[in-house]
Design a protein around this ligand. Structure first.
Ligand SMILES: *Cc1c(COP(=O)(O)O)cnc(C)c1O
Length: 375
């Protein structure tokens, strides 16, 4: 009999979710918004030391879209975006009929490169348009170079949308990822560090902006007795059932982060003697990755494919890194600043199983594949 498949990152329940779901069902709050949503937002705000305000949405993607709307991004505006990311970081730019301007990564954090970011900003300004926003991503949980990126953004007075979809629990110089930008974005999709089955959150700096986000997310209803709308509305609010799952999941957030640190230690140990593989690690003590996914860089594209097939043969999932946006058919016509760092990462990089539920047996199977591959 074949062994069970080991996946990259699966969610698992804490056991408390049902109670919150039942509460929603019994109180007839079976809709978008509601007491579980309010409480989930409070817990998230608490997690961010009550220094930020959180609006829960039905996905991370919609939270990014709301951030762009709140920043006034419109038809023809330009928005800078890290190229090395998941498409959900960039798609909302097109929802606003704005123009994405992609920027390469740098090799230490795999995230947006400060040098190329400044080159891009200067060149766009020279060409006549100052970018309206910068979308920077903490890829696989690894913080981007927060100090460098934010000092450039501040210099040109461009707001940052901090895509922390993969980085809940990560921090930079002791401060939590998601709290650096003008807006922060979280995702609670099924594969993320905690899940609401589907959901996201927008982290903002003021109560007024949070309320404006909820206004847009609930169809932009003016405060009249009848339904009246003076602005475009969206159906982006988190459901009360999903928020119930989120409340149950909050109870294991810290545990999940520590389990993922254990997974990282396992990979450190496994690859210790392997010179041809670079495990993606915190650059220094300023960086704390939640290690949502463990990722490696091999010497060649061929080696990467060989290892991927070996994993697959053993019924273990592994996956190439995100294919950069400037190489995607939907985005390739837009400007790109940089060289081939993101492209190299895509060609030679692999994501490894990193779920909070990896067992010792799973780890032995993973290790066996790696040991055989290295022979
Ligand atoms: C998952 C993810 C998103 C989108 O989140 P959804 O909740 O799936 O819409 C955005 N950006 C990145 C980098 C992601 O990994």
């Amino acid at each position: 009999m074949k062994d069970n498949r080991i996946y990259l990152s699966l969610s698992q329940e804490s056991g408390y979710e049902q109670e919150y779901i039942d509460r929603a069902l019994k109180s007839n709050w079976i809709t978008s918004g509601g007491p579980n949503v309010d409480e989930f937002e409070d817990e998230l705000q608490n997690y961010f030391n009550n220094e930020n305000f959180v609006a829960a949405s039905n996905s991370g993607t919609s939270a990014i879209h709301l951030a762009l709307i709140l920043l006034g991004v419109k038809n023809g505006d330009e928005v800078i975006c890290q190229s090395m990311t998941f498409a959900a970081s960039a798609n909302p730019i097109l929802y606003q009929n704005a123009i994405p301007i992609f920027v390469d990564s740098e090799i230490d954090t795999w995230n947006i490169c400060p040098k190329n970011l400044e080159i891009a900003i200067k060149d766009r300004i020279e060409k006549g348009k100052k970018p309206k926003a910068i979308i920077a991503v903490h890829l696989y949980g690894m913080p981007y170079r927060v100090d460098e990126i934010h000092s450039i953004a501040d210099k040109y007075e461009i707001p940052i949308i901090e895509d922390s979809a993969e980085a809940l629990g990560s921090s930079y110089k002791g401060k939590k990822c998601g709290s650096f930008g003008t807006f922060g974005v979280l995702s609670f999709n099924g594969n993320k560090i905690i899940t609401t089955s589907s959901g996201g959150a927008l982290i903002t700096k003021s109560k007024e902006i949070k309320e404006k986000a909820i206004f847009y997310a609930t169809q932009s209803k003016d405060s009249t007795i009848h339904y009246q709308h003076s602005e475009i509305g969206y159906n982006y609010r988190m459901s009360n059932i999903c928020a119930g799952i989120g409340l149950g999941q909050m109870k294991i957030l810290e545990k999940n982060i520590s389990l993922r640190q254990d997974n990282h230690l396992f990979y450190q140990e496994t690859f210790k003697e392997v010179k041809s593989v670079r495990l993606f690690d915190n650059l220094n003590n300023d960086f704390f990755s939640n290690y949502w996914l463990n990722t490696i860089l091999l010497e060649t594209k061929e080696e990467k494919e060989k290892l991927r097939l070996a994993f697959n043969e053993a019924n273990i999932e592994s996956r190439p890194l995100w294919k950069p946006m400037h190489l995607q058919p939907i985005f390739e016509k837009y400007p790109y600043y940089g060289s081939k760092v993101a492209e190299e990462l895509f060609e030679r990089g692999l994501c490894l199983p990193s779920g909070s539920n990896l067992t010792n047996t799973d780890k032995s199977r993973i290790k066996e594949v790696i040991t055989n591959f290295c022979k």
